[in-house]
Design a protein around this ligand. Structure first.
Ligand code: BTN
Length: 324
């Protein structure tokens, strides 16, 4: 049952640019004017801007904060029916893993956003800098859809293509690039990283759930000294409603998951690949491979011509040097 606060926000979202009196709202939801007044104050505390004027009532201006209700309102797809927004969390990945551990039979996909992460992490346990309000940090839990972990390569390339499509929707002029497998670059600096973790059933090599974590630097400027040279944010004056962006990303992921088997997006992925025909050093566990990148194959694997002239397809690894 939705609370009065949720009902009032729902009304505001669906009836933009409209003044409404406390009395009308009270009658509409069958509560007292005081209850409406309290709901309005609670919404303001959550970061919603609401103007009030004697004899006019209330007017909803918007919010700069992430809101599950707003994201849900903007969504066109049905990929997730459970959206949670946290003000602060250690890591949305850890939060998602706890949810999975407590729900052995996940019934639906879920997405968790956080305004700020105090312990955000990336691949190889690296810190992912996640300061308040200047980025988009989320973990998407996809319930046991992936019978075969071999398909992960396609999933990862698909998710990064989806995020680039969403970013390009708001920034068509920006030339986002991809570094295999799923880092997003702009002007040769990393603006987003994606991490896919599988909660696996070892016996059957199937996954019970996948957690796709993504961190996008939207307007962050104060990166720590040790990463300052390598990372960037999209736009220091980022003005786009992050709720709209969040919804667009979910919609684009949904679209790509539906086209995934055909791999339609791979051409787009290859076109944005930073590494094509470049000489790279690839770390796979403790092993290092150097050679030239030839392509990304139909499974989303990186195809390299190694220095010994052998052609090899990699389904995991991290490119640590380019054109060295
Ligand atoms: C990488 O660059 O290696 C991947 C970075 C992934 C960061 C995101 S932010 C949301 C989610 N929570 C985390 O702790 N990590 C991911």
């Amino acid at each position: 049952m939705a609370s009065t606060k949720e009902k009032v926000l729902d009304f505001f979202i669906k009836n933009e640019t409209q003044w409404i009196s406390g009395d009308t709202l009270a009658k509409k939801f069958n509560v007292s004017r005081e209850t409406i007044w309290k709901a309005i104050n609670a919404l303001k505390k959550q970061g919603h801007q609401i103007e009030s004027k004697r004899s006019y009532g209330y007017y909803y201006v918007g919010t700069k904060k992430l809101s599950a209700q707003l994201i849900n309102h903007y969504l066109n797809s049905h990929l997730v029916n459970d959206i949670e927004v946290l003000d602060e969390v250690n890591s949305t990945q850890i939060y998602a893993k706890n949810i999975i551990n407590q729900n052995l039979n996940l019934r639906q996909n879920k997405i968790i956003f956080a305004e700020e992460q105090t312990n955000g992490y990336g691949r190889r346990g690296r810190v992912f800098f996640s300061p308040a309000s200047t980025g988009l940090y989320f973990s998407l839990i996809l319930k046991n859809d992936f019978k075969n972990l071999d398909k992960l390569g396609l999933l990862m390339t698909g998710i990064s293509t989806a995020i680039v499509r969403a970013l390009n929707y708001f920034y068509p002029e920006k030339d986002f690039k991809l570094k295999w497998v799923n880092d997003i670059y702009l002007n040769n600096k990393k603006i987003a990283g994606i991490l896919t973790e599988a909660i696996t059933e070892l016996e059957s090599n199937t996954s019970r759930a996948l957690i796709i974590g993504a961190g996008i630097n939207l307007s962050t400027i104060d990166f720590p000294a040790e990463i300052k040279e390598k990372v960037e944010s999209i736009d220091q004056h980022f003005k786009i409603d992050r709720n709209l962006l969040a919804a667009k990303i979910i919609d684009e992921i949904d679209k790509i998951l539906n086209e995934k088997s055909k791999g339609n997006f791979l051409a787009e992925y290859r076109e944005k690949l930073l590494l094509m025909n470049r000489r790279v050093l690839l770390n796979v566990g403790n092993q290092k491979f150097s050679g030239e990148v030839l392509n990304v194959d139909e499974k989303g694997q990186l195809v390299m011509k190694l220095d010994n002239d052998k052609i090899k397809h990699f389904n995991s690894g991290e490119v640590t040097k380019v054109n060295f």
